[in-house]
Design a protein around this ligand. Sequence first.
Ligand code: AHR
Length: 507
Amino acid sequence: MTTARLRLTPGDVVGPVRRRTFGSFVEHLGRCVYTGIHEPGHPSADADGFRADVLALVRELGVSTVRYPGGNFVSGYRWEDGVGPVAARPRRLDLAWHCTEPNTVGVDEFMRWAAAAEVEPMMAVNLGTRGVQEAIDLLEYCSVPGGTARSDQRRANGAADPYHVPVWCLGNELDGPWQLGHKTATEYGRLAAETARAMRMVDPDLTLVACGSSGSGMPTFGAWERTVLTEAYDEVDLVSAHAYYCEEDGDLGSFLASAVDMDRVVAAVTATADAVRAERRATKRIHLSFDEWNVWYIHAQASKPPTGDDWPVAPPLLEDHYTVADSVVVGNLLVSLLRNTDRVHAACQAQLVNVLAPIMTEPGGRAWRQTTFHPFALTSRYASGQVLRGTIDVPTYPTSRFGDVPLVDAVATHDEERAELVVLVVNRSTDASTRFEADLRAFRAARLVEALTLSDPDPHRQAQPDDDGATAPRPNGTAAVVDGRLEVDLPPVSWSILRVALAGQGA
Ligand code: AHR
C-alpha cells in the first residue's frame, strides 16, 4: 500500500480559521428561495413562511454567512420590489433565469430568515442594470437607524433596528457576457470604485468585495482583476473568485484533483492583486472572497433555464444530485480554502438549498441532506484555531486536466483552547487505499478522539431522501495515535476527518 506522510510543526501556521470560510449562498434561482427556505404552506413553516426543517439543517450544516440575493439574479434586481406589503409587490421577469419573480421574499424577509438561521447576511448590490444611487438607497434602508426616507421605510415595514450587514458585494460576475449589464473591466472598475466610495460615506467600516472573474477559464482572467483593481484598489477590501468543478467524460482522476485548480486560482488572483499593490506602492493588501465555489454539472439538463413563453415561478433548476465522489471533492475544496486562509478571507458554497445544494426539499414534504452536506458540516464544526499547512510526502499521479497531482491532500487545524488537532485528508486514488501517517509529536498528540471517513464502494452512489444517512461518514477503525503519530488507512475516493486530543492542554 502507498504511504503518505504529513509533517506538522507549530511553525506551519498559515493563519486563523475564519468563520467566514463557511459561508453559503441564497439566490433567487430555481427553488432555492421559494419551496426551499420559504414555503408558507409547509407543515413546518413559521409565521414568516420559513421552513423550520430547513432552518434546522442550515444550523446543523454550520453555515456562518449567507450571500444574497444573487448571483446572476442580482444584476437585474430592483430591491424596492421586495419590500412593503407582500400583496402590493410587483411580479417581474427575471431575465437571468427566464423565470417570473413574485417578490414574496425580499430584504426584510431575508434578514428575518438570517436571524432565525443564525447566519451573518452578506448582500450583493445590482451593478448590472443599476448603479451608485440604488446601492446607497439599499444601504440606507438596511443600515441607517432612522430619520431618513429609506430607513423610515424599513421601520414602517416592521424593522425598528437597522440590520447588521458587514460585507457587501459590488455586483456579480460583470465580466461575463451572459450577465445583465455586462461591462468592460475599466467600466466596471470605475463603477465599483464610485459605488464603494459612496457606500463608505454611509458606513466607513463596511467590507466591500469587487467582482473578480467569473471563472479562471474566462479569456480575460487575470487582466480583468488587474484593471478592476487598478481602478478600485483604494476603495475595496476583497476581490471575488468563483469556481465550479465536475466530473467530465468519466475522468474521475482529474475531477478528484479539483482542489489543485482552486489553489492555482487563489495563487493567480492574489499575485495579480499584489502586483497592483506594488505598482501603486500601496500598503494595504487585497484579499479574496471565494464567494461561489462548488461542484456543478453545468452542461446537464438540470442547468437549462426555461425558454420561449415559459416564465415559471421557481421551477426546479440546477438541482444536481450529488455523489460520494462529489462530496469528496467538496471536502477537498474546503481543505484548499483553509490552506489559503492567509488570503481567502471569505467563501460561499454555491448554493444552500435545492440549487447545487447540500440541503434538498420536497414541496410540502421532507428536507434532506445530500452527500456534500457532511464534509461541510464536519469541517465547519471541528476546524478551529489556527490552520497548519504542513508538508506532505506522497507520490503524484497524472491527470489530463491538471497535470501531475499529489495522490493525497491534507490540512490541519490546531485549537489550543480545545486542546485538539484536526486533520482533514483526502485520498484521490480511484482504486487503492493509501496509508496515511502524520507525525504530531511536536504537538504532544495524546489520543484519538474521533476518525470519520466518507467513502463508498461505489463512488457514484447518491444519498436518497429516505436514507440520507446511508452515505454519511463512518467511523474509521483503522485510525490510531501511537507515540505521537497518527496512522490511518484511507480507502480510495475518500475524505476523512481525524480529531486528536493533545496532552497537557486539558486532554
Ligand atoms: O450559482 C449559480 C450561478 O453561477 C450564479 O447565479 C452566477 O453568479 C454563477 O455564474
